[in-house]
Ligand binder design. Structure first.
Ligand code: IMP
Ligand code: MG
Length: 179
């Protein structure tokens, strides 16, 4: 695909870089108060949340550790396969941590419901879920984040870590994808 064809699929920006950064500062400050004096582990779900994790951890002003895991419920394209596979797991034993899961988007809810169930089984001190984006109208299983930075309608979005067929993760903003 040429760069021009690639860029033509970016339909419109729905959340700007500035809007994202402003919200992240707020949430980072809030988490810094909430987890002050507590052993904190930020857990990012790859790959979509890698940029959100990078910015959110820098907005947190208390000591924290970070870890990564990878799960997939989507194949290529925009339709969920309905099953969740853990591609790789955390390095940390989470039993002595307050865990904050840092996710890019909650769509059907399947991925996070499964991840929270799995991590709860390892007896962390607590678990919270912070998601950059939430599409509540798309939910198939019941699941609510503790913190959602932006609630969006039923659109397929790209950028700021989110992909279409692995492309567009490097856009600094969130845009609607032109199907
Ligand atoms: P869920 O299990 O359906 O909630 O799906 C969560 C995963 O699907 C996210 O972590 C994303 O990787 C992917 N996903 C869902 N909606 C979108 C979207 O609009 N753009 C890009 N990826 C999405
Ligand atoms: Mg994801």
């Amino acid at each position: 695909m040429t760069t021009k064809e690639h860029n033509q699929r970016i339909k419109r920006i729905i959340i700007s870089d500035e809007q994202i950064q402003e919200k992240i500062k707020e949430v980072g400050a809030k988490l810094s108060v909430e987890y002050e004096g507590k052993p904190l582990l930020l857990v990012s779900v790859l790959k979509g949340a890698f940029i959100f994790m990078a910015d959110l951890c820098r907005a947190i002003k208390i000591p924290t550790e970070i870890d990564f895991m990878s799960a997939s419920s989507y194949g290529a394209g925009t339709v969920s396969s309905g099953t969740v596979r853990i591609d790789f797991d955390l390095k940390h034993d989470i039993s002595n941590y307050h865990v904050v899961i840092v996710e890019d988007i909650i769509d059907t809810g399947r991925t996070l419901k499964e991840i929270v169930r799995l991590l709860n089984g390892r007896n962390p001190l607590s678990i919270k879920v912070v998601t950059l984006l939430d599409k509540p109208s798309r939910r198939v299983v019941e699941f609510e984040a503790d913190e959602a930075l932006f609630t969006i309608p039923d659109l397929f979005v790209i950028g700021y870590g989110l992909d279409y067929n692995e492309y567009y993760r490097n856009l600094p903003y969130i845009a609607e994808y032109e199907e």
